[in-house]
Ligand binder design. Structure first.
Ligand code: NOJ
Length: 448
């Protein structure tokens, strides 16, 4: 059977700056919260750092040539704020901007369309020293940074995202202390989430008032949630987790309102907001990017933190768990797409990340026959195709990730790439899934 995607559907692969670039202190780059965090004991498994990562900063031309050989029409990358503004404010560092300028030109010269994200968690350490995302001024600094980037690249980049996964930046960074800057405070997390939304809105305002052309959106991590049992307590717990992960962002952006029921539950932990914030945030999406990986069940749990909820990975029958411990449930993607169609006005959507980390045993030539990843991607594309038939306004799909890379607090122990990276030699070896994806792109669909 063959499923063909609509004309104009975008195909791509994604990476992020800190996870692949390396060159953490070269050419005037400043320190980010991740540069600081990875040097603290017990923050990252095996003490891994992004100091070298995939060394993409020095291998960019070869990496783009590889993308071209793999037939990628689109590439989604993120920019390191501290390459461009080493201290998060003030005059730009020309060498930092030059790097992204060259990347964009190299992509275009190979016929690959660039999609750029301004922020993927690597806040300038200098701004963290002034309080970081819990401080409102950080949103203004972000808008200044956005203007610098648009001025330089928006003549060639037509597809922008402001923030990648603000829930993760706020809650893993400031709520659970798992990511940089390693702070554990519900109040700080919620305040950060609100300021991240403000930062997004202010950057979109700069973009629209500057008439740069092109489209701008935000990228949210929307994984699927199911109540663990058919009880009011489990359903309410699921609703609270959904409110924190989905409605906290989608409601202000799309409906122009906050999830007040969640804020009532949180009491004094709820974020402080100024009177005009909602009207600034409302309606600031040309498209919505969604990163989707997995499904969890949610149970009421008296000891389950501020939401009193316990999450357990859920795998659909016949599927298992990735090396991240995440449950594979392809229909969860379709359910998320339906939810956006039915409750958020069916906005233009891009699946900006989807993929899986697997054991990836290489043969003696370093080749990985990752049929498990092929099965994962194919099953999710079938669900995406079904959703399209059902009227979901889906415009494109990006695999996470082009390359194996630095998986945050899990270091290099998780491999998500279409391309294997040998972290001793930094050699790149496309996996089976890369060739499979090249064929998907060529035929603009899947066969199974
Ligand atoms: C989402 C994040 O944007 C990315 O940085 C991460 O590597 C993948 N998910 C996999 O966890």
């Amino acid at each position: 059977m063959e499923l063909t995607f609509p004309d104009g559907f975008l195909w791509g692969a994604a990476t992020s700056a800190y996870q692949i670039e390396g060159a953490w202190d070269e050419d005037g780059k400043g320190e980010s919260i991740w540069d600081r965090f990875v040097r603290q004991p017990y923050r990252v498994r095996s003490g891994h750092t992004g100091d070298v990562a995939c060394d993409h900063y020095h291998r960019m031309e070869a990496d783009v040539a590889l993308m071209a050989r793999l037939g990628l029409p689109w590439y989604s990358f993120t920019l390191s704020w501290t390459r461009i503004q080493p201290a998060g404010a003030g005059k730009p560092n020309p060498k930092g901007l030059d790097f992204y300028d060259r990347l964009v030109d190299t992509l275009l010269a190979h016929g690959i369309q660039p999609k750029a994200t301004l922020y993927h968690w690597d806040l300038p350490q200098a701004l963290q020293e002034r309080g970081g995302w819990p401080v409102r001024e950080t949103a203004d600094r972000f808008a200044d940074y956005a203007r610098i980037v648009f001025d330089r690249l928006a003549d060639r980049v037509q597809m922008w995202a402001t923030l990648n996964e603000p829930w993760v930046a706020a809650f893993l960074g400031y709520g659970y202390g798992i990511h940089a800057p390693g702070i554990s405070s519900a109040q700080a997390a919620y305040q950060s989430a609100h300021h991240l939304l403000l930062a997004h809105a202010k950057a979109v305002q700069v973009f629209r008032e500057g008439n740069y052309g092109g489209e701008i959106g935000i990228i949210l991590n929307l994984n699927h949630l199911l109540p663990a049992g058919d009880t009011p307590a489990d359903r309410d717990a699921t609703a609270r987790v959904y409110a924190e992960t989905h409605r906290l962002f989608l409601d202000p952006l799309i409906h122009g309102r906050y999830p007040e029921d969640l804020f009532t539950w949180l009491g004094s932990q709820a974020p402080r907001r100024a009177a005009d914030d909602l009207s600034l945030i409302h309606g600031t999406l040309d498209y919505l990017g969604i990163n989707h990986y997995n499904t969890d069940t949610v149970a009421f749990d008296l000891h389950g933190g501020w939401l009193k909820a316990r999450l357990t990975p859920y795998a659909a029958p016949g599927w298992g768990y990735t090396t991240m411990g995440w449950g594979i449930n392809p229909p969860g993607l379709r359910a998320e797409l339906h939810d956006l169609r039915d409750h958020y006005g069916n906005p233009p959507l891009l699946i900006t990340e989807n993929g899986c980390a697997l054991p990836d045993e290489p043969d003696d030539k370093g080749f990985v026959a990752d049929w498990g990843r092929v099965a994962f991607l194919q099953a999710h594309l079938r669900e995406a195709h079904a959703a399209l038939q059902e009227g979901v306004n889906l415009r494109g799909y990006f695999v996470w990730s082009l390359l194996d890379n630095f998986e945050w607090e899990r270091g290099y122990h998780q491999r998500f790439g279409l391309v294997r990276v040998d972290f001793d030699t930094l050699q790149r070896i496309p996996k089976q899934s890369a060739f499979w994806y090249r064929d998907v792109i060529r035929r603009h669909g899947i066969v199974f």
